[in-house]
Design a protein around this ligand. Structure first.
Ligand code: PLP
Length: 390
């Protein structure tokens, strides 16, 4: 049997990983500034993560949600504490798309309404409603097309207000990434998030903060939306939550009430996933990784902004985007194949940095040195070079 060919694959086989480094089958070492697509939060094969999962595996890997699973409660308490949302409720599932799917469905159940506001360049996943709310027609199958999604321009308060004025009583939810990831590291304005909060409150709609990529401490705060000092009604989480173990969830404000059978999944909240997620939160706390993400992120942003060839360097914490001009369009490939550094991309010309939150200053310096090596010298630097006596 062949694999169903849907991924653009690099001709590299990774067989080993530790911290911010990965190794291929020939023993070649790579610096992972991509975090396996924003997934590696506490570093590859962190010993506490490995221990927690191994111990759990030796006890029980799985039983269904028809029995009590105390690790779920333990995770809910820890997550409430670390995220500063102790009065929220936790529903566990398995992927980012599924988290958004459940959040949107819950908003519709709660309000009895059908319309969802999403934004241009958004990405919310590939399940039916999540993909319908994703601004990329190429991945929306005919069966997913719906008139229930209203796409508005990102960060445009006037059109948001106009939409609520016209259809406020039909809006079930507004869904927004604090920082658009796949869309190219576009930061939501704090005033825009505050406007969403006030309009949702005014019209009894549900504010969904998609934190699948920008959440879990990546930006230096637990949720990137926290920079705007607002509380969303539902936060969706996945990627960094399990440091590579598939686990996702939504946390839900107290006024949204559950009923038996309203949501559900076979694998969601299984003991192994809970052990992985607990290990991640314990390490985030113990090693102060949110502070590290902020500090190393600020350092990287500052240094990258000094490099003249890079355009529009932006981001928060360890979620950073930079644009490369047409003549440097191979930079990402050169970083991978010359410097052995993995980075992410957003088409057409953005490089995304999404490393582990444990990235050290030394790792950051290695990256900066490598990127400088791959870039042509600016005229100023060229002159300086000529000044140096040989
Ligand atoms: N939401 C955002 C913001 C994402 O970046 C992604 C994935 O990249 C998803 C949702 C979907 O997550 P998953 O691939 O785990 O379904």
């Amino acid at each position: 049997m062949k694999l169903f060919d849907v991924y653009a694959v690099n001709d590299i086989t990774i067989v080993k990983a530790k911290g911010s480094y990965i190794w291929d089958e020939n023993g070649l070492q790579y610096l992972d500034m991509y975090g396996g697509h924003a997934v590696i939060s506490i570093g590859h094969t962190h010993p506490h993560f490995v221990k927690r999962i191994t111990e759990q595996l030796n006890k029980i890997a799985f039983y269904s949600n028809s029995v009590r699973i105390p690790l779920q409660q333990e995770l809910a308490e820890k997550l409430g504490k670390v995220s500063g949302r102790e009065d929220y409720q936790l529903f566990l599932c398995n992927s980012g798309a599924e988290a958004n799917e459940n959040a949107l469905k819950l908003a519709s159940f709660h309000t009895g309404r059908k319309k969802i506001i999403a934004f241009r360049k958004s990405f919310h996943g590939r399940t039916s409603l999540a993909v319908a709310a994703t601004d990329n027609p190429a991945i929306v199958a005919p069966v997913n097309q719906t008139d229930n999604i209203i796409f508005l321009p990102f960060n445009d308060e006037d059109s948001l207000e106009a939409c609520f004025r016209a259809q406020g009583s039909e809006i079930a939810a507004v869904i927004i990434e604090g920082i658009q990831g796949v869309g190219g590291i576009n930061l939501s304005k704090e005033s825009f998030l505050q406007k969403i909060r006030s309009l949702c409150t005014q019209h009894n709609a549900v504010f969904i903060a998609d934190s699948v990529q920008c959440g879990y401490g990546r930006t230096g705060k637990f949720f990137s939306h926290d920079y705007a000092n607002v509380d969303a009604d539902i936060y969706t989480m996945a990627k960094g939550m399990g440091n590579g173990f598939p686990v996702a969830g939504i946390i839900i404000a107290p006024h949204l009430k559950p009923r038996i059978g309203m949501l559900g999944t076979t694998f969601g909240g299984n003991p192994l996933a809970c052990a992985a997620a607990l290990a991640v939160l314990e390490v985030i706390e113990e090693e102060k990784l949110m502070e590290n993400a902020k500090n190393i992120g600020d350092y990287l942003l500052g240094e990258l902004k000094k490099i003249p060839a890079l355009q529009n360097v932006r981001g928060k914490g360890l979620m950073i985007g930079l644009d490369v001009p047409e003549e440097l369009k191979d930079l990402r490939k050169d970083l991978l194949f010359h410097q052995h550094i993995f980075t992410g991309e957003a088409k057409p010309n953005t490089i995304r940095l999404l490393p582990s939150l444990a990235l050290s200053k030394k790792d950051a310096d290695e990256f900066l040195e490598s990127i400088r090596e791959e870039l042509p010298l600016s005229p100023k630097e060229e002159n300086r070079k000529e000044d140096i006596p040989v």
